[in-house]
Design a protein around this ligand. Sequence first.
Ligand SMILES: Nc1ncnc2c1ncn2[C@@H]1O[C@H](COP(=O)(O)OP(=O)(O)OP(=O)(O)O)[C@@H](O)[C@H]1O
Ligand SMILES: [Mg+2]
Length: 334
Amino acid sequence: MYVTTVKPGVVELRLVGFDVLRRVQMPRKAGGGFLKVPVALREDATPFVRDYRTIPHQLTLGATLSGKSMYLRHLIAGLAPQPVALVGIDCKRGVELAPFAARLSALATDPEQAAELLPVLVKEMEDRYDLIKARQGIAPGIPDEEITSDIWGLPEEERPVPIVLFVDEVAELFLVATRKDEERRDEMVTQLIRLAQLGRAAGIYLEVCGQRFGAELGKGATMLRAQLTGRVCHRVNDEASAKMALGDIAPEAVYAACAIAPERPGLAVAGDTSGGWSRIRTPYLSLGDAAEICRESAHLMPDLPALKPFRPDVPLLPPVEAPVSLVKPRPVTD
Ligand SMILES: Nc1ncnc2c1ncn2[C@@H]1O[C@H](COP(=O)(O)OP(=O)(O)OP(=O)(O)O)[C@@H](O)[C@H]1O
Ligand SMILES: [Mg+2]
């Protein structure tokens, strides 16, 4: 039984007679909307909504095969039909995000490309701050950190389109072999921190996921993590990983994350804005269906000239999910 306070004097009691997270079915009225994606179900049978305007940046952690990419897949499919630019960094050579290429304004599939893409995003953010300053009559010399207004205060016809940056497997992005790589990595961490610190007002949101996110990722990693205030932790292999995701939210949340069974991929513990936490699970969404949604909404891709050089090639055939798919491939009609 779940008890929620609706308003003073009124409580809502929810009786859930069976385990709704065993086979997840999202309720019809799931509370989606502009920059709001109902991405999973809570164990009290209410939808868990990823709301970018309330929680701009999120970190999703979990061991391999725990369901992180499925979580991202839902977000991409949910945002694709909206006027939002989607940008991907997937240093596993694009295996996770390339199937969504038709709807991606930019895609980096290795650290070299990411190192070129990130400064362009930072520049885009700074341009947006300049636009806000010009519109509000703020002197150009005022540092961006001191600006309190955001793109939502701009008239609609001048308002830049929101950008969501997806980073799948953040550790791959920060992997270094040489001294020179190390410099590049530190630069990228700095750029990501800057995007996280100032992105919200410019309508730029970060969705970062990885197997671990600790000091081993290098200088600045802890600072970056602190900026990613939304937290979702899938199954982990050790308590240390769960602590990285939820330690600063609630100790019981850490135990709950450590108790997730491998038979239930997609099950996770999500930190709440209220300081609480809940158990959630994504429904199943096949890669083919998510890619189809991206192809169907490809025409909605906003025009962002700065990102043009990073537009991914669109594969000619829909992706086939490993190991075998019974769906016959068919050509893309453009
Ligand atoms: N909610 C879910 N319901 C059913 N199956 C799921 C769910 N989430 C994930 N899976 C399945 O579990 C497997 C692993 O999921 P996914 O690829 O998202 O994991 P991952 O955490 O991204 O792993 P990796 O770190 O290796 O990339 C996939 O085969 C996926 O189809
Ligand atoms: Mg993955």
